[in-house]
Write a new protein. Structure first.
Length: 380
């Protein structure tokens, strides 16, 4: 057993400590029964005994009475890292769902969120996530780290991933959420965990992802390549609804995974404490049961659509297809007020038909939403 006294200078807090009772009501503390809490104008402090592994948790909830903590909370108190503490690099939509699910399973843990800017730090604090900006020194390395940040906001994505691995203490797990894009398949063919990847140098997009994955694997972390993420108000379907007409080909196979399922899969990998592995995240349900490739289907399987493009006096005719089926399911659900027009492209690449049965068998994982249609509550 050890004893520690933590003191936070009042200059670190916006607001005053003139009324300790009012101050206390806006903060919650998870301490053991031997803890002693005291307040003064200069310091807020507490002393308590704790074990190294099962240490007490100091949980700070910001409120309008005391204001937000100045700047950002320290990454951790010296010697106070818990066995289940989690760092989320890029706590956006997916990262926040991971945080909620992780806390449900580990109620005594601390969760940290690293962002590019401080724009959404107030939101993270309200969720119980301790925020920091990229480049902020971390006083202690964390046992569990998940990297959810996209490559679009940085000029050196592999470098950012490498920096994140330095915040991992080598215990627990490090998981990098990648994309299924690196799999070298663009003819609507079958694709699983063992499908070869696009060679380095062919595509800048896949180069960035593969180089970032390499950093993670060399550090002992694991990678989960995710299909298209979606939820009710976010995903390809909402993007296409907003556009009305999309200049991409309709016969491109689309693979999806719900945000909740992507989060639960990532957490399953974190908890397994695996090293140097690559997994695939998808719902195993490409959006058509008929595999509509040119010259490979019977005439009876065709459904022909004709659509007049209001941008010009031209009628587009195309076959029932995977992208089109997404929007047909959306329309059938009756949950969205807008109507989609059409896909009008003919020259962009086809997709791939993902199957992650090996991932499921090894991890013992199954999705909550086995298909997009199931999520919408409609029959296919």
């Amino acid at each position: 057993m050890s004893t520690i006294t933590v003191c936070i200078p009042s200059s670190r807090i916006r607001g005053r400590l003139d009324s300790p009772k009012k101050f206390i009501s806006n903060f919650s503390f998870c301490l053991n029964s031997s803890a002693f809490i005291s307040f003064s104008r200069r310091f807020f402090s507490f002393s308590t005994s704790f074990s190294v592994i099962n240490r007490p948790l100091l949980k700070v909830n910001a409120s309008s009475t005391v204001g937000a903590l100045e700047g950002e909370l320290e990454a951790s108190f010296a010697g106070m890292v818990g066995a289940n503490d989690l760092l989320i690099v890029g706590p956006g939509v997916l990262g926040r769902i991971v945080a909620e699910k992780w806390r449900e399973e580990h109620p005594g843990c601390q969760i940290y969120g690293q962002t590019m800017t401080s724009d959404h730090h107030d939101e993270l604090v309200k969720m119980g996530i301790t925020p920091s900006t990229k480049g902020t020194p971390v006083s202690n390395k964390i046992p569990y780290v998940i990297f959810c940040a996209p490559p679009s906001r940085t000029p050196d994505y592999p470098g950012d991933v490498r920096e994140a691995t330095l915040n991992w203490n080598g215990e627990g797990s490090f998981v990098f959420t990648s994309s299924s894009a690196p799999y070298d398949c663009s003819d609507n063919g079958s694709c699983d965990e063992d499908t070869p990847v696009v060679p380095i140098g062919r595509s800048p997009r896949t180069d960035v992802l593969l180089k970032a994955e390499k950093v993670v694997l060399e550090a002992g972390g694991s990678v989960v390549r995710l299909a298209g993420l979606y939820k009710a108000d976010r995903g390809a379907h909402t993007y296409w609804l907003e556009k009305g007409i999309s200049d991409v080909r309709p016969d491109h196979i689309l693979n999806l995974i719900h945000y909740e399922d992507a989060a639960s899969l990532s957490i399953t990998i974190l908890k397994k404490k695996l090293r140097g592995r690559i997994f695939l995240g998808c719902d195993n349900h490409p959006l058509s049961r008929s595999f509509c490739l040119p010259n490979t289907f019977a005439l009876s399987s065709r459904t022909v659509y004709t659509y007049k493009d209001p941008r010009c006096n031209y009628h587009h005719t195309f076959l029932n297809s995977f992208r089109q089926e997404v929007m047909e399911l959306v329309d059938k659900s009756g949950k969205y007020g807008k109507k989609f027009g059409a896909f009008t492209g003919t020259k962009d690449p086809l997709g791939k038909k993902l199957n992650n049965s090996k991932t499921r068998a090894e991890l013992g994982w199954e999705p909550k939403y086995p298909s997009f249609a199931h999520f919408l509550g409609v029959s296919e």
